[in-house]
Design a protein around this ligand. Structure first.
Ligand code: AMP
Length: 114
């Protein structure tokens, strides 16, 4: 029923990605086709939701978690200006149906702590 997306495969280590941060809840890696000097993707590790369009009361905390992780990463790197985006549905530009948050900034990412 659930289609396994390219982000499932990145999460499972089947496809390489340029990871910049990981903890129990989130994996952050560089977008392969960056639209800004810093273009990161935040994906949840514990719960799979295909899209914002599929959110329910049980999963509405997932995008909030991703946004908060993005804020924390920005703080750690001293990035004070950025855009956060969810593409929703095919006509909204969504290509990968594994909920993810785009983080774009004109500021570059400094060295990530481990
Ligand atoms: P969306 O349009 O919101 O579904 O965005 C999907 C994003 O995933 C696009 O910006 C792609 O460039 C990016 N992407 C697709 N495959 C990979 C990959 N293997 N590694 C990193 N980013 C990817």
């Amino acid at each position: 029923m659930t289609e396994r997306t390219i982000f499932h495969r990145i999460l499972d280590g089947e496809i390489p990605a340029e990871k910049v941060y990981e903890d129990d809840e989130v994996l952050v890696f560089k977008d392969i086709h960056p639209k800004a000097p810093t273009h990161l993707l935040f994906i949840p590790k514990k719960e799979f939701v295909p899209s914002i369009a599929d959110l329910t009361e049980e999963t509405l905390h997932v995008p909030a978690m991703l946004i908060y992780k993005a804020k924390q990463l920005a703080d750690r790197h001293g990035i004070d200006g950025y855009q956060l985006r969810f593409h929703v549905g095919h006509s909204g530009g969504q290509e990968v149906f594994y909920l993810h948050l785009h983080f774009l900034s004109q500021q570059s990412l400094e060295e990530e702590e481990s």
